[in-house]
Design a protein around this ligand. Structure first.
Ligand code: NCD
Length: 325
């Protein structure tokens, strides 16, 4: 039987995105109308959120999404300490057991997993008989963030093809950047600017993927130069907790700050996205500018995750399989 795991953004294709975003828009509307039938979609199904790393938006938006669809929600939000991981149990063993509890019922349930190791979601998927949704695996990927990032670009800019987009900040350790770059490679982007300090450049495997997909990109460390040229800036926080040495953080911190002076030089219809949380890389003084889309983007996470859960639980074959490479 096919298990619809959601692990990496290379697995998404355009027909899936169209289906997901149509469902997302429906979810948004049905929520607004207070449609009680929504709560039948995951009735008798369980959403286990298993988080080994901190989270605000991802965990809560998944749990609220599940609750809106009528699921039972079971949370372990500090699994590193409060699960048997502290006793030395492997992730695989934990997943084997949890997934057998869930698959004992013929109702399809899901495990939303956040873990500190790159590749953890794939390892979990390999042993799980319940769908695994990757909610961030260390410095690896964060594919559901990308689904909401892309929805926001569609919603705010009217499409993705033909856009000039800058990915800014910590391109090396930022998993939201990796997942977004993989997905943008499947679109006819006009130009992608990769804006980062030398020490935080996009990893080679992601750059190679862009090359293989003929995505025109330029590495440029100068945000002042790039900002007036782009339709979208995707700004990110420095992933301080993943830096091997504190000195690196001191060396690169504060280089790319979006403030009023910078936004004044951007196109009037441009948009600024950020997966959040932010530190000092976006000044609060621009929050009320219509180009600042990051809080709308965060709310879109709820709608997109409702649509994704609905598809995983009710029409699983619509989730594209994991690539074999
Ligand atoms: C991101 C994450 O956890 O990777 N946040 C999120 O899920 N919205 C980005 C970050 O931590 O900087």
């Amino acid at each position: 039987m096919y298990i619809p795991h959601v692990v990496m953004s290379q697995q998404f294709d355009r027909p899936f995105l169209e289906r997901l975003y149509q469902t997302t828009t429906e979810m948004k509307e049905r929520l607004r109308q207070g449609d009680l039938h929504l709560a039948c979609k995951m009735k008798y199904k369980t959403l286990v959120s298993l988080f080994y790393e901190p989270s605000t938006r991802t965990r809560l938006s998944f749990e609220i999404a599940g609750a809106n669809l009528g699921a039972h929600i079971i949370t372990t939000d500090n699994a590193n300490v409060f699960s048997s991981a502290i006793k030395g149990e492997s992730l695989e063993d934990s997943i084997r057991v949890i997934s057998t509890y869930l698959s004992a019922s013929s109702y399809r349930s899901v495990i939303v997993l956040r873990h500190n190791d790159k590749g953890a979601a794939l390892r979990a998927a390999e042993v799980s008989c319940t769908p695994i949704i990757n909610a961030g695996d260390g410095t690896g990927q964060h594919p559901t963030q990308t689904l909401l990032d892309l929805y926001t670009i569609y919603d705010e800019c009217g499409g993705v093809d033909g856009l000039t987009i800058a990915l800014v900040g910590d391109l090396r350790y930022g998993r939201t950047i990796h997942s977004l770059a993989y997905l943008l490679a499947k679109f006819a982007i006009k130009q992608l600017y990769l804006v980062s300090p030398e020490e935080l450049k996009l990893p080679r495997d992601v750059r190679d993927y862009l090359i293989r997909h003929n995505t025109p990109f330029e590495e440029n460390a100068n945000l002042d130069e790039v900002a007036p040229l782009v339709d979208v800036i995707y700004q990110t926080r420095l992933q301080k907790e993943r830096f091997p040495k504190e000195e690196l953080f001191d060396h690169v911190s504060g280089r790319y700050i979006i403030d009023r002076a910078l936004i004044e030089r951007m196109k009037t219809q441009a948009r600024i996205l950020h997966p959040l949380p932010r530190n000092n890389e976006i000044a609060q003084e621009i929050d009320n500018d219509p180009r600042a889309a990051y809080f709308r983007q965060a709310q879109n996470g709820l709608f997109v995750r409702m649509a994704l859960l609905d598809i995983v639980c009710n029409t699983p074959c619509d989730i594209p399989p994991l690539p074999k490479e």
